[in-house]
Design a protein around this ligand. Structure first.
Ligand SMILES: [Zn+2]
Ligand SMILES: [Zn+2]
Ligand SMILES: [Zn+2]
Length: 361
């Protein structure tokens, strides 16, 4: 595909060249990361009771009798999964940097020289990110893009037309506004119905025009673009932007713990992979994670590949162990949840032995 020179338009992102080499997609190897099974994160009855006791002791108004007297009926793994995808992209744009021509470079021949030089296209300039999966940017002077040219503002004469007077050297006198037609008798409701006699305007001596002070009545001003040099030194600057784009998905069938808490909780990474281009998971023992992986990878590809270059991708699945513990106390069945890698988080809705403040006093 023939691509127009990127240096005709500045500012907009330059689409990356099409991939010429097909990247071989290989599935993340689950076995390599230690295959996940629900049994692998199950907790024992003792661990469940210990976590329950810690939880109750943290609550000043909870009685510990329930924990001591209850019998555990069942422990069921209801683990939550946290899938996370990161796509590290690079985008490139250019900008023309123009500065007044200061001093002699020893080569004045290139003034008005519009002969195209061999300049590398934006995506052909070699730049490496400092670190992968971290936002960053770089500003690079494109080699061979330096040029000295006649100032387009003043066309090389170092002066520009004064914007206040339009080059005439004078402006309308605002003190008398004599250019407005004089009011006719009776029209302005004067007491005698006649023109009020007054002398010529002090400001303009009755001419209606005043000398333009910003240009000292010369009608032109020093060109600020070239700083009165008549020439500009310019070069193309390449702006490279690296961005780490991420998305995640949580599978939690119980819903006992809010998602934002689950994101913070320690879990166990059971799958982790980093590649130039990822293939969606399809063998993970949870179909919803496989579906989320497919959807997010496809979304990232369609969202970023048109205007960015995808440099690298990585994804991981974290298992956040959650156990649903059923217990009996005083012939009533209840449950609590133990979650987190170290079993130190418990959620026990409707704990049966709570005291009101006044009972304690
Ligand atoms: Zn100029
Ligand atoms: Zn002026
Ligand atoms: Zn006047």
């Amino acid at each position: 595909m023939e691509r127009a020179s990127a240096y005709e338009i500045f500012g907009a992102p330059v689409p990356p060249p099409e991939e010429t080499i097909d990247i071989e997609l290989t599935e993340t190897d689950s076995a390599e990361n230690g295959l996940y099974t629900p049994e692998s994160s199950a907790i024992s009855e003792e661990e469940a009771k210990a976590a329950f006791m810690k939880y109750v002791q943290r609550h000043r108004l909870y009685g510990t009798g329930v924990v001591r007297q209850c019998t555990i009926d069942s422990i069921r793994c209801v683990d939550a999964f946290h899938y996370m995808l990161e796509t590290f992209t690079e985008s490139r744009s250019t900008r023309l940097v123009e500065k007044p021509f200061e001093g002699d470079t020893g080569n004045d021949d290139d003034v008005n020289d519009d002969t195209p030089k061999s300049i590398l296209e934006p995506w052909d300039v070699s730049v490496e990110p400092h670190k992968y999966f971290e936002d960053d940017s770089a500003h690079i002077r494109v080699p061979n893009s330096e040029q000295t040219k006649s100032c387009p503002s003043c066309l090389g004469v170092c002066k520009v037309t004064c914007s206040f007077c339009g080059g005439t050297g004078s402006t309308r006198c605002l003190a008398c506004g004599v250019e407005d037609p004089p009011s006719k008798p009776g029209e302005n409701g004067g007491e005698n119905g006649g023109i009020i006699e007054k002398g010529p305007c002090q400001e303009c001596n009755g001419t209606g025009r005043k000398g333009c002070s910003p240009c000292s009545e010369s009608g032109d001003k020093a060109c600020s673009k070239c700083n009165e040099k008549g020439k500009l030194k310019c070069h193309v600057e390449l702006i490279v932007q690296w961005k780490n784009n991420w998305d995640d998905f949580i599978v939690d069938y119980v819903g006992a713990v809010p998602e934002k808490v689950l994101r913070r909780l320690q879990g166990k990474i059971v799958i982790k992979d980093e590649k130039r281009k990822l293939s969606p998971l399809s063998n993970f023992p949870n179909v919803d994670i496989n579906a989320a992986s497919k959807e997010l990878i496809e979304n990232h590809h369609s969202e970023y590949s048109s205007h960015c270059k995808i440099l690298k991708q990585r994804h991981q699945v974290r298992v956040i162990p959650i156990s649903d513990v059923r217990y009996t106390w005083k012939n009533k069945n209840r449950n609590f949840f133990v979650f987190g890698e170290n079993h130190d988080n418990v959620y026990a809705p409707n704990y049966p032995q709570r005291y009101l403040c006044c009972n304690v006093m």
